[in-house]
Design a protein around this ligand. Structure first.
Ligand SMILES: Cc1ncc(COP(=O)(O)OP(=O)(O)O)c(N)n1
Ligand SMILES: Cc1nc(C(=O)O)sc1CCOP(=O)(O)O
Ligand SMILES: [Mg+2]
Length: 223
């Protein structure tokens, strides 16, 4: 199984990229070149066929950009279809209305990376087989207005405590300024959509996020 990289986790939302005038594969490549370790393909309005094509194009971009983990939001069938076309897809991120974690793993194979949404400690217990947990929204966000309620850094900390040592990925309204508090709470990675996909310069925005994350870990004397 691919381990989930710590640091910045890009949720590559096709609609947010499109509104900003960016090709998702270009955003993914620029982000990974800037040090982003994980990319999740998310396209809520796409057909299954469009999502397969998008996933293949992102996998192609990542092959050139450098090592990164690639997962698909929601759709195990799409991950499998992209793999069948030769794309390297590590796994999926499943939400509470998608396939269960164990079913996703049974279909994708034992080495797949399967992440699951779990905002509250009771959700964390319900996804015992997940390789990592996505917890949010930290704060309300225009990218996903239906998400909520906001759990804040305290909620992310509660997920970390309930996680049994599994990596927790915080999501929802996050930016570079959040890195110190999230790292202090024991969060493994910070997921962003708008901060990169919606930026004028996605690569530059990703580089600033990576730098903020790395700097947040530095000992106080080195700052
Ligand atoms: C890292 C991460 N965490 C949480 C989510 C939310 O996933 P989900 O519950 O499936 O909601 P949608 O993204 O599908 O609207 C995520 N995508 N990534
Ligand atoms: C895709 C997603 N899931 C969330 C959750 O709380 O489950 S919040 C979210 C959107 C995050 O976008 P942004 O970084 O632009 O705020
Ligand atoms: Mg989802």
């Amino acid at each position: 199984m691919s381990a989930l990289p710590a640091g910045i986790y890009l949720v590559l939302d096709a609609d947010v990229c499109g509104r900003a005038g960016h090709r998702p594969a270009d955003v993914a490549g620029a982000a990974v070149r800037a040090g982003v370790g994980t990319v999740q393909v998310r396209a809520k309005r796409a057909t299954a066929r469009e999502l397969v094509a998008l996933t293949v194009s992102v996998a192609d971009a990542l092959r050139l950009a450098g090592p990164a983990v690639l997962v698909v939001d929601d759709r195990v069938d799409v991950a499998l279809a992209a793999r069948a076309r030769g794309a390297h897809v590590d796994g999926v991120h499943v939400g509470r209305r998608d396939l269960e974690v164990d079913d996703a793993r049974a279909l994708l194979g034992p080495d797949a990376l399967v992440g699951a949404s779990a905002a509250l400690p009771e959700h964390v217990r319900a996804v015992a087989g997940a390789d990592y947990l996505g917890s949010g929204p930290l704060r309300l966000t225009p990218t996903k207005p239906e998400a909520g309620p906001a759990i804040g850094v305290a909620g992310a900390r509660a997920a970390v405590v309930a996680s049994g040592g599994r990596p927790v990925v915080a999501i929802g309204g996050l930016g570079a300024a959040d890195a110190p508090a999230l790292r202090a709470a024991g969060v493994h990675a910070m997921a962003v959509v708008g901060a990169v996909c919606g930026a004028t310069d996605p690569g530059g925005a990703a580089a600033r996020l990576v730098e903020a994350w790395d700097r947040a870990a530095a000992p106080a004397v080195a700052r």
